[in-house]
Write a protein that binds this ligand. Structure first.
Ligand code: EPU
Length: 423
């Protein structure tokens, strides 16, 4: 297990280019299975989750190849298997997103049950309920879910109890090849869902209401391959904005869509951070002390749960007390113990956390419990006095492309060291 070793105290400065969105690219890969020929997806981050998804696609019979540094070619012509095995699904829950495409294209999908993970129980009943409303029969047993359709799936009205990102995406993909019209009500509005819908449109799908909570899909008989560039990663952008603010630095982010981060930018400004929007760039700096703000995570356009842990680091340094409420996942505060070991003063009560500001963080050995919590500990290390070791960085490498290199380029003192984890 590798670790990052960080010497705190450097203010970040310079430019950083934001990569393509992980949570979009993963779904574009699974959607490309539904085409009758090649798709080219540009701007795909070279991260572990993408490599795992490429393996899932290969197991299913597709050919996947990086053609340029960040361009991925998917050839689904030889799709000949419908089983996503436990070994891969247990490594990455997003593998469940092959279910809609396989069912729609082959009439059958068998996917290992993903189970919970470090941030919560993460059910998938909304995916399954929607697919069965479209006519699929679903069986669960021996750790697998098998969905079958007699002929094509049938379009219908699917009201989602909760705007789940994954359920919206699975159902959207399945609906593209279904017979007739499907309406997904209370659909997730995350930009990554929109990106998937735009890609499907290029493949020949007919989708209306993109970016709204009602998606209307007219099924077609076939989809073809398409070429598409992944949208910039708004969570990576948020990570660097928060890192700049935490260290009192001054950086320029390139390749961003600022409207995807409106609420985050607003909260940072409320805290006293300067954020200047400049086309596809954002200039972020901080010279003033930070003020406390309250945060409540919600589905998009609400405050993203994926930035909750990172914001807690920034709020730890602010004047006053902030209340952070996590509404999306049921176990996304477990990293708090690690941050408190670095000197933060955060008290968790159910799905609320009281962050007592004015903390002086000090370097310590800590453990990344999941991807975003790991990034938060790295950012804490940048501002902590002395040396921080962040262990179990495999979690971080699942979702951030060259995080350590990008931070070094901004002046941070961070090294990746391979070796045994002490935890
Ligand atoms: N949920 C259910 N039943 C369902 C589906 C979801 O109860 O059938 C619950 C989940 O248990 C969870 C909540 O609804 O508590 C949100 O789940 P959602 O389906 O919206 O999220 P997801 O598709 O599993 C994606 C991202 C997450 C991100 C969330 C919320 C991918 C691969 N993952 O997960 O990203 O936090 O949306 O925005 O797109 C990350 O990148 O670190 C990450 C965890």
């Amino acid at each position: 297990m590798a670790k990052y070793v960080i010497q705190g105290g450097q203010k970040l400065s310079g430019r950083v280019r934001i990569s393509g969105a992980k949570n979009s690219a993963l779904k574009l890969l699974t959607a490309s299975l539904m085409g009758n020929d090649l798709s080219i997806i540009r701007g795909v981050p070279r991260i572990k989750d993408i490599f795992t998804m490429a393996q899932v696609l290969e197991v299913l019979g597709a050919q996947v190849e990086f053609t340029g540094h960040n361009d991925l070619l998917v050839n689904p012509t030889f799709l000949n298997n419908y089983v996503a095995p436990y070994e891969l699904v247990s490594r990455m829950r997003a593998s469940i997103l092959v279910m809609g495409p396989l069912l729609a294209k082959l009439g059958i999908a068998r996917v290992a049950m993903p189970g919970g993970c470090n941030i919560g129980s993460r059910q998938i009943e909304l995916h399954l309920k929607g697919l069965s409303m479209m006519g699929a029969s679903i069986e669960q047993g021996h750790g697998y879910i098998e969905a079958r359709a007699k002929g094509r799936l049938k379009g219908t009205v699917i009201p989602l109890d909760f705007p789940s990102v994954g359920a919206t995406e699975n159902l959207l993909m399945a609906a593209c090849l279904a017979e007739g019209e499907t309406v997904i009500e209370n659909a997730a509005r995350e930009p990554e869902v929109g990106d998937l819908a735009h890609f499907l449109g290029k493949m020949g799908a007919q989708i209306e209401g993109i970016g709204t909570s009602t998606l209307l899909i007219q099924g077609v008989e076939n989809l073809h391959g398409a070429e598409h560039r992944v949208i910039p990663d708004r969570i990576e952008a948020g990570t660097f904005m928060i890192a700049a603010a935490t260290t009192g630095g001054n950086i320029t982010l390139e390749n961003v869509v600022s409207r995807f981060s409106e609420l985050v930018i607003g909260k940072l400004r409320d805290m006293g951070v300067d954020v200047l929007e400049d086309g596809s760039r954002l200039h972020v700096s901080r010279n003033e002390p930070l003020e406390a703000v309250d945060i409540s995570t919600l589905p998009y356009p609400g405050f993203p749960t994926d930035l909750q842990a990172l914001m807690m680091v920034l709020l730890s340094l602010a004047e006053g007390v902030s209340i952070v409420t996590e509404n999306v996942f049921d176990n996304r505060f477990i990293f708090v113990n690690e941050l408190n070991r670095m000197g933060a003063r955060i008290r968790v009560e159910g799905h609320h956390a009281m962050v007592y500001g004015g903390a002086t963080l000090s370097g310590a050995p800590v453990k990344a419990t999941d991807l975003r919590a790991g990034a938060a500990l790295v950012v804490a290390g940048l501002v902590a006095e002395g040396e921080t070791e962040v262990h179990d960085i495999e979690h971080i490498e699942r979702g951030y492309e060259n995080l350590d290199q990008k931070l070094r380029d901004l002046g941070a003192d961070i090294e990746k060291v391979s070796g045994e984890s002490q935890f």
